[in-house]
Design a protein around this ligand. Sequence first.
Ligand code: ZN
Length: 451
Amino acid sequence: MAWLIRNATAVYSKEHPTATDIRIADGRITALGQGLEPLPDGSETVLDARGCVIWPGLVNTHHHLFQSILKGVPAGINQDLGDWLSSVPYRFWPKITPELMYHTARLGLYELLRSGATACADHHYLYHRTTSPEMEEAVWQAAEELGIRLVLCRGSADEQGSHQGMIDHGIEPETLDQILARLEHSHRRHHQDGGNAMKKLVVAPTSLIHSSSPESLRLQARWAREQGLKMHSHLLEVTFDEVQARHKYNMSAIDYAESVGWLGSDVWFAHLVHSDAHAIQRLAATGTGIAHCPTSNCRLGSGIAPVTAMARAGVPVSMAVDGSASAESGSMLQELTMTWLIHRSVHGPEATTLEQVLDWGSRGGAELLGLHETGALAVGKAADLVLFDVDQPRFAGVHMPLMAPLMCGEPVTVRDSFVNGKPVVQDGRVAGLDAGELTRKVQEGVKALLA
Ligand code: ZN
């Protein structure tokens, strides 16, 4: 289908900074400019973007969609990461059925779409010895139905890396053979190569330091690289990672990662809050990226990742919401607003720029996920883009309307958005989803978890 979007208040495009109009054909941006006229053959649908600013779709590089049904669990409200894992995700994991997984994935993806995202990396780790394949299928299905790009980061914990919270809640870890066989199955069934893929698989042991043996990490890395798949995990969210790496392996966490083959331009880590100068140097030298999750890091009291120093050193930076059990907003836009502000509070008003933060939240994420044909508004790129309605009182006084959503933050209205040229939000509604029905399904799910 072909579209002509026109009369936008402003468009975030480095190629055409004064553009107000965007032409889309066969999923691609074919023109950017001012005063574009509909093709005479009438083949285009014209969308009037008056009162809207247009951004590239935001790219969330780290989520746990299953946690969308675990917001604000009282036992975990004031706990740090280690205790919270046991009180919240590991406590409820055994009760999450494939059907519940489907509804909670729909909720998490809905929240991303309504806050400006068009791609999501889901670090899905609900795998144990007898996991039904339907659990993972529920995530793929939810994304496919809503039309959002999904990068499924396949988590795992082996026998040597089972968290005490898993043991306490009777979750029996997979064997390495199971992990690899199940990865192979998902790879065959879902993964698409290339920079315009709708579905990608990533090899993603749940925690680099804690969930796998060194041998398992080496074998998973080798398998990933043989298939050309990217690699992801949690690292240095809390200081315990550093303590454990030194205790178990007699080296720093970052050196341990390197020793097992887990640094490189095909790897990105969530958090990296406690990165010292040496860690930043190794990340930069190897092209290893970060998924920066400021809301979750605040909520769990983990600290502030040094992303401004990382960016200066050349570390690829992207942004992420993390799971909603530790970041209840589930909003991609909130992460951008937080990032813009939080580093200034520590390093002064020149620490971040609006453009830099928007680039991290769009192109930076697209590149780390291997979605090279997305992430920016330019001719030839896939049409992943978002129209924010700024024709509202709270934005009316803003002198830079293009950046109004980022500066003013939530609540925002995504009026329309497109993934690969296909509308996924239309006139403020997430396509293919009844918000009332979703609310009821999730409320019933919460009751079932507590029964
Ligand atoms: Zn996480």
